[in-house]
Ligand binder design. Sequence first.
Ligand code: AKB
Length: 333
Amino acid sequence: FSNSRTVNSADLDITNNEKPKVLVTGCLGQLGMALIKKMREKYGVENVIGSDIKVPTDEVLSDGPFVPLNVLDKEAIENEIVRNKVDVVVHLSAILSALGEKKPDIALRVNVSGFQNVLELARKYNLKLFCPSTMGAFGPSTPRVNTPDLTVMRPTTIYGITKVHMELMGEYYNEKYGLDFRSLRYPGIISADSAPGGGTTDYAVDIFHSALKSNSFVSFLNKDTSLPMMYLDDCIDGTMQFIEAPNKSLKQRVYNIHALTFSPQELAEGIQEQWSKDFKIHYNPDYRQAIADTWPISLDDSIARRDWKFDPKINTVASLVKIMFEKLQAQRI
Ligand code: AKB
C-alpha cells in the first residue's frame, strides 16, 4: 500500500474549513448514525464513511457511503483507509460493560485487538484517531464523587479494563509517534432515535419506551443507584467540538465529560411529574447492579470545559424527560 494522503493528522485543521475524509467504525451502535449525520452536514456526505459488522438497513445505505467492516480484519480496514484516502478514524466499535461480563472473550477481541488494529493503522497512515472511553474505566477504589480526570483507575469489569488499555495505548502512541489520538470518557448516553445495547446504563433509555408502552418499568438497578448521564445531542456536539479542537488547546489526550447525575428513582419521579403520575417503577436488580456499584456518581469535567469549551445543554432530569418524550412521541406520529 502507498499512502496517497496529502494532509498529515498534525496539519489537519478541521476548524479552518478543511473537509476531512472520516471513517466511522461501529456506526450502527447507539452513537454512530447521529455523529455521522452531523459530520456529513459539515464535511459533505461523500466524505464520511460509515462501517459496521452488522448489516445496515436500506435507510442507512441511502444516507451515504457505508462499507461492511469487521474491526478484527486489519487488512480490510487498511484497504478502506487507503481506497478512501481517510484522514480521521472515529472508532466506535466496542462491546459494552454488561455484554462484556457475559462474553469476556469477545469483548477482549473487539475492544483490545480491534482497537490495536485501528491504532496501528492510524500510526502507519498518520491519521487522527478518536475512540470513546467511559466512566467504566474507573473502579471501586476510585473516588466516586466528582471523579477527576487523573485518579485511581482499577476497573473490575472487562469493559473497563479494555478501555484503560485503549486510553494508555493511545497516549503512548501520541507520546512516542506523535499520533493525534483523542478520547472522551462518556457517562451513560440517553437517546431517543437509537437504542443502546449491552450497557449498564441502558435502563435509562428503556424506561422511556416502557413508560409509553405500559406506563410501568422494572429497573435492573436499585432505586438509589446514581450514575453520570448525558443526552445524545450533547454527546455528539461535544465529540465534534473535541475532534475539531486545535491540537494546541488540548492539554491532555483523554478528558472526562459529564452532564447530569440521577438514580432510577429520580428518573421515575421526573417521568411521573411530566408524563403520568400513575407511572409505576419496580426494582429487580440483576448482575448489572454489581457493575454500577463500582462506577462514579459524578465526573469532574472542568478541564474539558476549560480547554475546549465543553458545554452540555441538558443538565436536569426535567429537561431530559421533556426532550425524550417529545422525540419519542414525534416518532409515533
Ligand atoms: C455502559 O453502560 O456500559 C456504557 C458506558 C457507561 O460506557 N453506557
